[in-house]
Design a protein around this ligand. Structure first.
Ligand SMILES: [Zn+2]
Length: 255
């Protein structure tokens, strides 16, 4: 997401990077797996002992290994190799007290959850703490006006979204958009304009992977457009927070 600040003061446990293992060796394997999977080296970032692609998507070691599994093709509205498995039905989003203290982030979360639940998918979202969860995602704050998340692994959604507290000065609709976007990464969406970030960001190139790791979602358009998807790389201050028709097509196809 746009302006993902380089400042990510994350703790070891919070980022699922193996505590007690050698993070440097682990990150080297993640980076080499990503390059093998087709991501260009200049799109891979290591920040605070965590590896990111596409500026905001955290990649775990497990996820990077799964990306090397064969049998995938590239094309237009995009998902990662890994998706949320059928054992997951109710995903609970658990905000921290810091998150809850920002009124527009908090309202944006409710609206983002409603966006997913309005579609009647096989996965539903609920605001935690609550019961009956088959997977959990922590909603945390970070500095800046962007967000960050990661990709599914082991059949589970990625376990954390980080939302910039600077978004408190944007509309609730923008907060709804950014949170829906980061949750989209957690369940396996890549950026709709990943092949040319300048479509939504005004500058920037290809996030990479013409091979494994960016898989066509049937029925979605062949080119990204400004405002064409919640999953575009960068957002505008005028975002409505609502799905576009191709977002709905993509979500219904996957889930
Ligand atoms: Zn993103």
């Amino acid at each position: 997401m746009f302006k993902r600040a380089a400042v990510l003061a994350v703790s070891c446990g919070a980022m699922l990077v193996g505590c007690g293992t050698d993070p440097e060796a682990e990150n080297q394997e993640i980076v080499s797996n990503l390059i093998e999977a087709g991501f260009p080296a200049d799109d891979i970032m290591v920040v605070e002992d965590a590896v990111y692609v596409g500026r905001d998507a955290h990649v775990t070691l497990e996820a990077s290994r799964e990306m090397l599994q064969p049998g995938n093709e590239s094309a237009e509205q995009y998902r990662t190799t890994n998706l949320v498995g059928t054992g997951v039905t109710k995903i609970c989003i658990n905000p921290t007290s810091s998150f809850n203290s920002y009124s527009r982030l908090s309202q944006g979360l409710d609206l983002a959850i409603a966006n997913y639940n309005a579609l009647g998918l096989r996965i539903t979202f609920a605001r935690g703490p609550t019961t009956g969860c088959t997977a959990n995602i922590a909603a945390k704050t970070m500095s800046g006006t962007g967000g960050s998340a990661g990709f599914p692994s082991g059949g589970l959604p990625y376990g954390t979204i980080n939302i910039g507290t600077g978004l408190q000065s944007y509309s609730v609709d923008v907060n709804e958009h950014v949170i829906s976007h980061e949750l989209g990464h957690c369940v396996g969406f890549r950026h709709s304009d990943y092949y040319n970030r300048s479509i939504s960001c005004g500058s920037g190139g290809n996030e990479g992977s013409a091979g494994v790791g960016a898989i066509l979602i049937p029925g979605t358009p062949s080119t990204a457009t400004v405002g064409g998807s919640v999953m575009n790389s960068c957002f505008r201050s005028s975002e409505t927070g609502e799905w576009t028709s191709s977002d709905i097509t993509a979500l219904n196809y996957l889930y």
